[in-house]
Write a protein that binds this ligand. Structure first.
Ligand code: HEM
Length: 462
């Protein structure tokens, strides 16, 4: 087995990581990065290779690119490459005492409580919910019309996530207050919040007010459950019954915080990826027909969407994976270097912000052939381009902070597009959009509308 590269691996004097060309005094590469980070970072890789340095104002960054460099990055211990130091902007949203406000060990323990709630039996139930919500959403669309796709996918995934990842009571409140509070909380994730999360500006005040509203709602639900002895099989209940290793139960504030962590990690990312996948499929009509044929074959006999059926839909799965490759919702992942790191013959000093970019790495021509093309077949044998290296695809991260919701996300994306393609003929009503790099999760720039019409064929679902 290959040993991870580390400080002792070479006797040569370590070199400084080379800088990407085009930096300015004081602002460094800020303008290029704001305009199009993926082009700028890809240029860095082409110019200088696996490790490149750049500056955003006073901050020094090093980008690790390519499967081997990812492997090194994701294996690094938390006391060397630290997530908590970078994700402090989430503390006012998730709350005190959870996630990036506590030690990595406690965060792991907190998220660990949820693993049983993501097991196969739970997934079977979630698939039914995903199907019901997607079908109900399709019903609201009527026979034909035009829809803003990012908005539609956001609404749908809020409903699915609130029902599956929190509890039915929260889903019931989506239209009467929860969606609005959640939206205000989301607005708290902005560039200012990243650097100065506690600055008293309007967006932060609405964020804090929304946080209080959500906490009240969750506490009320928990109180009602305790009083009525109701114990539904969901994330909230799992946390209400959990105990830390030292025997302590979680208080309402911690439960709220963990639920918000999962909701924030899983909802908007899913909405954005669902949007990109739809957009790509609409410009790949022959592949889209293969997905429909596969769905016909899968559900012809039962007419019921189930976990086993979704798992069989490999043609659709490849399209989802290709969506993840071309449009990873999180285009960069960041850690703070707490102890100097040596990678091959370069040294990355403490204090640097270390980055991997799924969007850049998923476009490496030596890893993915013809990388700009939407070509789901790249994932089928014999090419199986994703299997050539453990860390070729990193849209869901890797190492100790890898996404715990990847399977959930894949099932959800597959359920949504199976239902919509079964129900409607669809086409783009606007030009294929470019990415909007202005927010933390990279979706398409507006306008992004699709036109739909009910299909003449009967639905495959009963
Ligand atoms: C398309 C949808 C999704 C994408 C693209 C995505 C992507 C990611 C990525 C890249 C990370 C690693 C972040 C980092 O290393 O800094 C991550 C972490 C995480 N994801 Fe997801 N995710 C998605 C859906 C979900 C869902 C549905 C859930 C919940 C069921 C979820 C829960 C989490 C959590 C809790 C973490 C933090 C893990 C940790 O830091 O230990 N994600 N996700």
């Amino acid at each position: 087995m290959r040993k991870p590269l580390n400080n002792e691996d070479t006797l040569q004097e370590p070199k400084t990581v080379p800088e990407i060309s085009g930096g300015w005094p004081l602002i460094g590469h800020l303008l290029d990065f704001q305009k199009d980070p993926v082009s700028m970072l890809s240029r860095g890789w082409r110019e200088k290779g696996e490790l490149v340095r750049f500056r955003l104002g006073p901050r020094e960054f090093v980008l690790f690119t390519g499967p081997e460099a990812h492997d090194f990055y994701f294996r690094a211990p938390e006391d060397q490459l630290n997530a908590k130091a970078v994700y402090q902007f989430t503390v006012p949203i998730f709350g005190r005492g959870v996630a990036y406000d506590v030690s990595p060990e406690i965060m792991t323990e907190q998220l660990g409580f949820l693993f049983p709630a993501l097991r196969e039996t739970a997934m079977r139930r979630f698939v039914r919910i995903m199907f019901e919500e997607a079908s109900e959403f399709a019903d609201t669309l009527g026979k034909d019309g035009v829809v803003d796709l990012p908005h539609a996918m956001n609404e749908l995934t809020v409903k699915i996530a609130s029902r599956c990842l929190i509890g039915q009571e929260v889903r019931d409140q989506v239209d009467s207050g929860f969606a609005e509070a959640y939206h205000d909380l989301q607005k708290g994730i902005n560039t200012l919040g990243f650097f100065l999360p506690r600055l008293p500006v309007t967006a932060h005040r609405s964020r804090d007010q929304a946080r209080r509203k959500v906490a009240q709602l969750f506490s009320r639900i928990m109180a009602e459950r305790r009083l009525g002895g109701i114990q539904p099989d969901d994330f909230m209940q799992t946390l209400m019954q959990a105990r830390y290793k030292d025997g302590r139960v979680l208080d309402d504030e911690e439960i709220t915080g963990i639920l918000l962590t999962v909701l924030f990690a899983g909802q908007h990312t899913s909405a954005v990826l669902a949007t990109w996948i739809g957009l790509e499929l609409l410009r790949a009509p022959s592949y889209l027909e293969r997905i429909r044929d596969e769905a016909q074959d899968t559900y012809r006999e039962t007419g019921i969407m189930e976990l086993s059926g979704l798992k069989q839909q490999v043609v659709l799965e490849r399209a989802v994976r290709e969506g993840e490759r071309l449009h990873p919702p999180l285009i960069v992942l960041i850690r703070k270097v707490l102890k100097p790191m040596r990678y091959k013959d370069h040294i990355v000093p403490a204090g640097t912000l270390a980055m991997v970019s799924p969007a850049v790495s998923h476009r490496l021509p030596h890893v993915f052939s013809d990388p700009e093309q939407f070509h789901p077949e790249r994932f089928s044998p014999p090419a199986s381009e994703d299997k050539q290296h453990h860390y070729a695809l990193i849209g869901f991260g890797g190492g100790r902070h890898r996404c715990m919701g990847k399977n959930f996300a894949y099932l959800q994306l597959k359920a949504i597009w199976t239902v919509l393609l079964d129900r409607f003929d669809l086409c783009l009503d606007t030009a294929f959009p470019t990415p909007d790099y202005g927010s933390w999760v990279t979706g398409p720039r507006a306008p992004c509308r699709i036109r739909y019409r009910l299909r003449s064929q009967a639905s495959i679902f009963r």
